[in-house]
Design a protein around this ligand. Structure first.
Ligand code: GNR
Ligand code: NI
Length: 173
C-alpha cells in the first residue's frame, strides 16, 4: 500500500472529465487500496481518482462519522445517479483538493446510485444523510466539478485566487 499525493486547486487536472473503467483487475484493486489509505490518512470521508491524478471513473467513500463505529468502506466504479429526491439537504462541505475551505452546499437529500463494486458486481444503493451528499460531491469530481462551483462567482474567485497566490509563493518548508 502507498500514500498518494492529493492534487489541489488551481491544478487544471481537477477540471478534466474522467473516463469509464473497462476492467476490474489487480492494478485497479491496488489503486483502490492506495486511495483508501490516502483518504483515511488525510483524513477524509471520500476521494475520487482524479484527486490523485488518475482521470478514471472511480471513487472511494467511508462516511462513518463516529470514529468508534465500524468502518464502512464503499468503492464505486463507473457510478451513475439513477434518481435524486426533490427534498434537499444542506451540509458544510469541504474538499481535500481545496484544503481548509468550507461552505454550505444544498443538494438533493436522497440519491439512488448504480455502480460496479471492487469484486466487479453491479450494485444499486440508496443513500441519504451525509452519504448522499458525499456521493454527489465525488461524482461531481468525475465530471470536473467542484463544490465551490455552487458558490457565488465572487466567493469562488476569491477562493481560487488565494490558491493561485499560494502556488506562486510556496511556503519554504
Ligand atoms: O472529506 C471530505 N468531507 C466532506 C464533507 C462534506 C461534504 C463532502 C465531503 S468530501 C471530502 C473529501 C473530498 O474532497 N472528496 O472529494
Ligand atoms: Ni472533494
Amino acid at each position: 500500500m502507498a500514500l498518494m499525493d492529493i492534487i489541489t486547486i488551481p491544478d487544471p487536472i481537477l477540471r478534466k472529465e474522467s473516463a469509464p473503467i473497462e476492467r476490474v483487475d489487480g492494478d485497479l484493486e491496488r489503486l483502490i487500496d492506495d486511495m483508501f489509505e490516502t483518504m483515511y490518512d488525510a483524513p477524509g470521508i471520500g476521494l475520487a481518482a482524479i484527486q490523485v491524478g488518475i482521470p478514471r471513473r472511480l471513487l472511494v467513500i467511508d462516511a462513518t462519522r463516529d470514529e468508534h463505529a465500524a468502518p464502512n468502506p464503499i468503492t464505486m466504479i463507473n457510478p451513475e445517479i439513477l434518481t435524486l429526491s426533490d427534498e434537499v439537504n444542506t451540509y458544510d462541505e469541504g474538499c481535500l483538493s481545496i484544503p481548509e475551505v468550507f461552505a454550505e452546499v444544498e443538494r438533493p437529500a436522497e440519491v439512488r446510485v448504480r455502480y460496479t463494486d471492487r469484486a466487479g458486481n453491479l450494485q444499486e444503493l440508496d443513500c441519504d444523510g451525509l452519504l448522499a451528499t458525499v456521493v454527489q460531491h465525488e461524482i461531481d469530481h468525475l465530471d470536473g466539478k467542484l463544490f465551490i462551483d455552487f458558490l457565488s462567482r465572487l466567493r469562488r474567485d476569491r477562493i481560487v485566487k488565494k490558491f493561485v497566490k499560494a502556488a506562486r509563493n510556496p511556503v519554504v518548508g
